[in-house]
Design a protein around this ligand. Structure first.
Ligand code: AMP
Ligand code: ZN
Length: 470
């Protein structure tokens, strides 16, 4: 079955064809670690996690690379404003290195809570300065750069079709990017590859380079690290939609100029999470974190469920009442699944053909550019289908949850359903009676039921004891 991806480059849904059979290389732009990730950022990381797990459901082996931006990102993506890391350090009276470490750890903690799997490679910009210098040197040799007031700039006039990803005219791109006029730039859309002489006199992060002591611009890190870890033919590159007109446009200009051909086959962009009609922004300081919504009584997976209810290419409006609605339906779903698991019997039918019918239906939906709302519809069809045994349902749900990652079958849910010790003791007494009557299959059935509830039993000469599994 084919996997379809909406490619920002062509603005069309395309059949996915990997560079290497059975494998997929994905590069996703990671966090700038100067503050907590807000729940908008986290929506993008949930989408990328979903993409990866959906491809794995299609049996692809996924190599996922993500960068950590810990240097070079200014307030505006087009080289103006203050240095974000420096601002974080001043705000908290810490060094930039302490800030980077603290917020990187906080980011991965949020990811763990949201069941977002850690990428195969996590690479920090500050660990790849030499790779960036080498790439800038190559661009210099090829004539794509110029030096102005000590900084090294990329000259976009040298690159054909600079605007191909954004699908905007050069005038529109310019209008969108210009915040502050930079006298050093020959073209307002040119961007910095290496800063030496800038207003950041007290910049702590500095390295020697052929152009003098300084630090890299933001865009060069993603070209350098994606080429290093995934090579010059990359299957998929992702990020939020804000990256289309500047960051990814500049990355294409750098990477393609350096290697002389197209590097990325599919560009995928997640739409924004919006609050009160406006975008959530880290730099404005008004943003919601995962901890803040946890303080309001929501679990991280309530938020994951909320995100998965809509498609990644649509804007998603956040409100506590919408999140509450999602939590209610997520809880109901878990209850229904707990009831199925409790009733599933070890010796029930598990017909591969019936199971496959639903597996294919599910696969078709996630492979349709990650159509999660329809994939949930398939899950509900499975739950309601009276033709399926509970065991078949359980097998299917287990598979679907490798993509959703909502802990749909976690023992905790089932234990909650089991409610109290009375039920456990009653089942143990029934099992004893069955064993006394030498009704071994009934006794085993009860043991399985308890196991499904997350309860382990231990027989000894003094009777049966039980323990709830952690
Ligand atoms: P940053 O740490 O600011 O570089 O952003 C991390 C990721 O979050 C990037 O892929 C951004 O495109 C994405 N992003 C930023 N704001 C939002 C938002 N409100 N909703 C969804 N994604 C966002
Ligand atoms: Zn990037």
């Amino acid at each position: 079955m084919n996997f379809y991806i909406y490619n920002t480059m062509s603005r069309k849904k395309e059949k996915f064809i990997p560079v290497h059979k059975g494998k997929v290389g994905i590069y996703t732009c990671g966090p700038t670690v100067y503050n907590y990730a807000h729940i908008g950022n986290l929506r993008t990381y949930i989408f990328e996690d979903l993409l990866k797990k959906s491809l794995e459901y299609y049996s692809y082996k996924v190599e996922h690379v993500m960068n950590i931006t810990d240097v070079g990102h200014l307030q505006s993506d087009s080289d103006t404003g203050e240095d974000k890391m420096q601002l974080g350090a001043e705000r908290e009276n810490k060094t930039v290195w302490e800030i980077a470490k603290f917020y990187e750890d906080a980011f991965f903690q949020d990811c763990r809570k949201l069941n977002i799997e850690k990428p195969s490679v996590v690479c920090k910009a500050t660990d790849h300065i030499q790779d960036m210098i080498d790439l800038i040197k190559l661009l210099e040799q090829k004539g794509y750069t110029y030096i102005s007031n000590g900084n090294v700039y990329y000259s976009i006039d040298k690159f054909k079709n600079y605007n191909k990803l954004a699908h905007l005219s050069m005038e529109e791109l310019e209008a969108g990017s210009r915040v502050e006029i930079d006298e050093n730039k020959r073209n307002p859309l040119d961007f910095v590859l290496w800063f030496t002489n800038s207003k950041f006199k007290n910049q702590i992060m500095q390295w020697d380079s052929p152009w003098g002591k300084g630090f890299p611009g933001w865009h060069i890190e993603c070209s350098a690290m994606s080429l290093k870890y995934l090579g010059d033919r990359i299957d998929i590159h992702c990020g939020g939609v804000d990256h289309i007109p500047v960051h990814h446009t500049n990355e294409i200009a750098q990477s393609e100029a350096a290697v002389g051909h197209q590097c990325v086959n599919y560009w995928m962009h997640g739409e924004f999470l919006v609050v009160n009609g406006g975008k959530m922004s880290k730099s404005s300081g008004e943003f919601l974190t995962l901890s803040k919504i946890q303080e309001q009584g929501f679990s991280p997976l309530d938020y994951r469920y909320f995100c998965l209810q809509s498609r990644y290419r649509k804007q998603l409006a956040f409100s506590y009442s919408a999140l509450k609605q999602a939590r209610d339906s997520y809880n109901k779903l878990k209850d229904r699944i707990a009831a199925i698991v409790l009733s599933a019997k070890q010796d029930e039918r598990a017909d591969e053909e019936l199971i496959d019918k639903y597996r294919l239906k599910f696969k078709e939906q996630i492979g349709d550019d990650l159509n999660t709302p329809n994939a949930f519809t398939v899950l509900f069809q499975v739950i309601k289908d009276n033709e399926l045994t509970n065991k078949e349902k359980k097998i299917l749900i287990e598979g679907f949850d490798t993509v959703f990652s909502l802990d749909l079958l976690k023992a905790d849910n089932i234990k909650m359903e089991a409610a109290d010790e009375d039920l456990i003791n009653k089942l143990i007494a029934e099992r004893k009676e069955a064993r006394d009557n030498k009704d071994w299959s009934k006794a085993d059935e009860i043991r399985d039921k308890l196991k499904n509830m997350g309860v382990d039993i231990l027989d000894s000469k003094d009777g049966t004891t039980w323990k709830a599994r952690k």
